[in-house]
Design a binder for this molecule. Structure first.
Ligand SMILES: [Zn+2]
Length: 443
């Protein structure tokens, strides 16, 4: 039998987060078709990978990012408020379609090199350019257009009426949903409650229902947002958005930091998908109620929230969230297990898969699942030998430990070389575009 990819002598991370050594894994037509204890010597493959010294695990999935902020890197760290009005709005509103394309290309490059195989982009203006970049990069993505029709700070290309916003989101859906062998899917975006009128919110809820599309929102990231909602609608954001039909089981609630216990109950009732972005939020908006959110049975994933203030390395998010939650919620009651290594690893894998609508076919190494997988080089002094490799991987592994990446059954990185793009050329183009944007946005 001939298959696309054959991996030999590899350790695999199983669904119950245990490890099985020396396995043979066969990938064909986008799927994991067999996992053998005893190697089948009759198998031939177009691509053979030696898995010795490697751990095969599901690719990480970034549940909330902004590929359009890739070239904002280094601009917002250590800045006083309001970063949104002083930096993000001038930057995003000055992006051209070409800027967005190269920005997304670089974001995909960085994600692939960190073992991220899929992501949810909360969106900018030029999502057609992002779809093109994702198609070429070979990644899996749930893309949304950023929609907003109100708020004094919004200018330039970001400003549009509710009607235009909805038409553009629908057009993006019609053109790109389920394209690139099903790797690209489209969600309806809702930037945040302060920049969306009630008319736009109603339109988003109606459109998402009609298309059966997911919704990607920013929720309870900032105290101003909660205050705005209480002042204008006499409800907290979760209640208000639930009443408007925005919160469904297909809604990605990015950040979800300032949730009350009642808010968590509302989200649990709707089975919404929570995404925490610890590096983006811990220093300015505080600690999410993650233990309570998990207790309520909600799906929790992780997101890097774009490259403006940090990197696109989900391994870092795993660590920072775990330390933060233990320090804040565990220490007062001397409970070091308030967020375990396994739970944080599960967030970066299955939490992300659930958020992008792939709970049934991603996030697990098993026969019949989609082959979005990575090989981690465990033959390194900071990883092995280990008395518990799963805990060590969650606590110590880094993006640079990812050796190979396979997405939808296709090899996109081999021995740390990304095969779907010219890395040097992407970085060179990105620098040219970054300098042009800076001149337009900040001079
Ligand atoms: Zn965001």
């Amino acid at each position: 039998m001939m298959c696309d990819i054959l991996i030999e002598h590899v350790s695999i991370l199983l669904e119950d987060l245990t490890i099985k050594e020396d396995q043979q894994v066969i990938i064909d037509k986008g799927l994991i078709v067999a996992i053998n204890d005893t190697p089948d010597d009759t198998i031939q493959a177009k691509e053979k990978l030696d898995g010795s010294g490697k751990l095969l695990m599901p690719g990480l999935i970034d549940g909330h990012t902004h590929t359009c902020q890739q070239l904002l890197r280094g601009r917002t760290a250590d800045e006083y408020p309001m970063v949104w009005t002083r930096f993000l709005v001038p930057f995003e509103s000055n992006l051209t379609p070409e800027d967005s394309y190269i920005s997304a290309k670089l974001a995909c490059l960085e994600m692939i090199k960190n073992g991220t195989t899929g992501f949810a982009d909360a969106g900018g203006v030029h999502m057609e350019s992002v779809a093109k970049a994702v198609a070429e990069a070979g990644m899996r993505a749930l893309l949304a257009r950023s929609t907003m029709d109100s708020g004094a700070a919004i200018t330039g290309a970001m400003k549009e009426s509710a009607k235009e916003s909805l038409q553009r989101s629908e057009a993006l859906y019609q053109k790109y949903n389920n394209t690139s062998e099903g790797r690209i899917q489209i969600a309806i975006g809702m930037r945040q409650v302060m920049t969306c009128s009630p008319e736009l919110l109603e339109g988003i809820a109606t459109l998402a229902k009609k298309l059966e599309a997911p919704i990607h929102i920013h929720l309870c990231e900032h105290k101003d947002e909660v205050s705005f909602c209480l002042q204008n609608y006499q409800k907290r954001p979760a209640q208000y958005l639930a009443d408007m039909g925005i919160i469904t089981e297909k809604t990605i609630c990015a950040h979800s930091v300032l949730l009350s216990e009642e808010d968590i109950a509302i989200l649990a009732n709707k089975q919404a998908k929570i995404i925490h972005c610890p590096r983006a939020n811990l220093s300015n908006h505080g600690f999410p109620k993650t233990p309570l959110i998990l207790q309520q049975g909600l799906s929790v994933g992780l997101g890097c929230d774009g490259a403006a203030s940090s990197s696109l390395d989900l391994w870092e998010e795993m660590k920072i969230l775990r330390y933060g939650i233990i320090a804040y919620w565990g220490l007062p009651t001397f409970n070091p297990k308030v967020l375990t290594c396994e739970a944080s690893l599960d967030m970066a894998i299955r939490g992300g898969a659930c958020a992008i609508g792939h709970s049934h076919d991603l996030g697990v190494i098993a026969k019949g699942k989609k082959a979005d997988v990575i090989l981690v080089n465990i033959d390194q002094p900071h990883l092995t030998p280990s008395q518990n490799l799963v805990k060590t991987i969650a606590a110590c592994a880094k993006g640079s430990d990812v050796n190979d990446s396979i997405i939808n059954g296709k090899l996109v990185m081999k021995d740390r070389r990304v095969l779907t793009m010219d890395e040097a050329e992407v970085r060179h183009q990105a620098e040219i575009h970054m300098n042009q944007i800076i001149k337009r946005a900040y001079n």
